[in-house]
Design a binder for this molecule. Structure first.
Ligand code: FEO
Length: 392
């Protein structure tokens, strides 16, 4: 593939990872991903913004075969999917200087053993001239590591935004073509990567209001030549407001908990409440994360295994908690055989967000009439909470 022109003098020189299935050995990538690197050619100097994941090193190498001189490598982020080839690039261009935040410098030295002497730490707002083009570095911590920054190319109004505004979407489109197709991968990425840091994201969005931006060039997925599309999405998702939606991650071994979930979901629908149940035996964690952007209530449903929750429910609860969702209410329902500590175990895991805990419904064996009535009562309580919040 040839370098792809973003604007005259700025090229995409990244890699498309069509068939990657998992990120961080955790996050499913149903649509692959891209690692976006950019070559910026000024009248006097040339800079490479980010590199690629080492698994696609050959693609970047092929692009660099056409680049005789490189003066700067910009590392917006130290994570290996963007920084993993920095060492190889610095070896290839012995006179190039690496530009990054002071925190990023420390991480790159520790993680990738980058030679300190090759690194120039840049301050927030500092600029570097390429001749007729100027790079301005905007420290934007926690999108999504503490060292992250974005790089603004002043004369072209381009923002190299790091993971901020990214999407795991392998596509031949350099720019977003279909807004409806782009919405879900971008929201999923926000949910998985950015949601825990949404208060800082709101501040970063405010700061970017002061910049004229014609193109957002993220580190993953297609570029936005209508930046307001994604900044509006981010404004909506990073807001603390939620919707009339109950997320129900559940699992069932012999059918009792399944019956309870089906009854509760029906009772909620009867009361005008939307539900998103996910069978954790087969569910895609990314879809659960996406629903967490909007859910007001989370109902975790599990049978007792030994006396604790099913391990897959414990795992999902750990992930839900780590994402620090906006949900205001939570509870637990499920079935047990002889004894259980399901409620204590699961609610004890909800430490990163502080939902109001609604009355749980734990039953012995298969549900009887009075158990279904308890679920109806829970549905009443949830509907009332949503009504009080003005969602219903
Ligand atoms: Fe795409 Fe945080 O690396």
């Amino acid at each position: 593939m040839k370098p792809r022109v973003v604007v005259d003098g700025v090229s995409w020189v990244g890699a498309i990872d069509w068939d990657r299935e998992l990120f961080d050995a955790l996050i499913p990538l149903p649509e692959g991903t891209t690692y976006n690197a950019y070559l910026v050619e000024g009248s006097e100097k040339t800079a490479l913004v980010d590199t690629v994941d080492p698994r696609t090193a050959a693609e970047l190498d092929a692009f660099l075969d056409g680049v005789d001189t490189l003066d700067y490598v910009v590392a917006n982020h130290a994570e290996q999917d963007h920084a993993g080839q920095i060492g190889a690039v610095l070896d290839r261009y012995p006179d190039a200087t690496l530009l990054c935040t002071p925190k990023c410098k420390g991480l790159l030295v520790d993680e990738l053993h980058i030679e300190e002497a090759r690194v120039q730490a840049v301050d927030d707002g500092e600029t570097v001239s390429l001749g007729d083009r100027t790079l301005e570095f905007l420290h934007m911590p926690w999108v999504h590591w503490p060292e992250t920054m974005t790089t603004y190319l002043r004369e072209d109004n381009l923002l190299f935004s790091c993971d901020f505004f990214g999407s795991h979407l392998a596509t031949s489109d350099l720019f977003v073509q279909d807004e409806r197709m782009q919405y879900e991968p971008t929201k999923r990425y926000f949910a998985e990567i950015m949601m825990p840091f949404r208060s800082l994201i709101r501040k970063h969005l405010e700061r970017l209001d002061d910049y004229e931006i014609d193109v957002i060039c993220p580190s993953h997925g297609p570029l936005y030549d209508r930046p307001q599309l994604v900044t509006d999405w981010y404004r909506e998702w990073s807001d603390e407001s939620t919707q009339n939606l109950v997320l129900i991650p559940w699992i069932s071994m012999h059918g009792s908990t399944r019956s309870m979930v089906n009854h509760l979901a029906g009772a909620l629908i009867d009361r005008g409440v939307r539900v998103a149940p996910f069978d954790l035996a087969v569910a895609d964690l990314g879809r659960i994360a996406t629903e967490l952007v909007d859910a007001t209530t989370v109902v975790i449903a599990t049978p007792a295994m030994m006396i604790g929750p099913h391990p897959k429910v414990a795992y999902a609860t750990f992930v839900v908690n780590a994402l620090r969702p906006k949900a205001k209410f939570a509870t637990v329902v499920g079935s047990y055989g002889w004894a259980n500590k399901v409620v204590e175990t699961l609610t004890g895991m909800l430490t990163a967000f502080k939902p109001e805990l609604l009355e749980p419904v734990l039953i012995k064996g298969a549900p009887r009439e009075q158990d279904l009535a308890s679920l109806d009562k829970l549905a009443d309580a949830i509907a009332e909470k949503h009504r009080e919040a003005g969602l219903l």
